[in-house]
Design a protein around this ligand. Structure first.
Ligand code: HEC
Length: 156
């Protein structure tokens, strides 16, 4: 290689690596990743089985979370009005440093991302639940969380 070619090759490699970085939208911690709401998943939420979501919440979430309007914080934060709320802002609950670092609002997209894999979404979170693998089950739970609100947001 001549010196000129070497410089050219280096310049191209450098450009490629910069492009690679800016195009990277790899799923990582919520603090630095904005998850999209997949249209197919939005449909699952819109057509969710609310009763099944409520049953799942009762079995898997209620030992730590209170979802009643008149309720409060428990082992986990009070989940009334969680949708549309900024993460880690429920008054009176001691959130982990990891959850405080999220600084994002709970929406269909962020809740879905969090509840799919809690450790990937919030590394170091203090919620002892790995996640909900099944898409339809997760959609049912999210649709149920939507109802725990003074003003439920429109369905997606
Ligand atoms: C073993 C107890 C436990 C279980 C079970 C549990 N959670 Fe949690 N949850 C927590 C704790 C503790 C936090 C706060 C985490 C932190 O600060 O890192 C939390 C945080 C959350 C948050 C963020 C709230 C906010 O105000 O930012 C949501 C949403 C949530 N949980 C939903 C659920 C759902 C839905 C389920 C059931 C599928 C569930 N959790 C099961 C303990 C639990």
């Amino acid at each position: 290689m001549t010196r000129k070619t070497r410089i050219l090759v280096a310049a191209v490699l450098c450009m490629l690596s910069v492009m690679g970085n800016s195009a990277r939208a790899e799923p990582g911690p919520l603090a630095s990743y904005d998850p999209p709401l997949d249209p197919a998943f939005a449909k699952l939420i819109a057509n969710a089985d609310l009763a099944a979501g409520a049953r799942y919440f009762e079995r898997k979430c209620s030992q730590c979370h209170d979802g009643d309007k008149e309720g409060g914080n428990f082992k986990g934060p009070h989940l009334w009005n969680v949708m549309g709320r900024m993460a880690a802002t429920r008054e009176g609950f001691r959130f982990s440093t990891a959850m405080k670092a999220v600084k994002k609002t709970w929406t269909y997209a962020t809740l879905n991302y969090y509840l799919a894999d809690t450790e990937r979404a919030v590394p170091g979170r203090e919620m002892n639940l790995t996640g909900i693998d099944d898409d339809a089950t997760r959609a049912n739970v999210i649709a149920y969380l939507r109802t725990l609100s003074d003003a439920p947001p429109p369905l997606p």
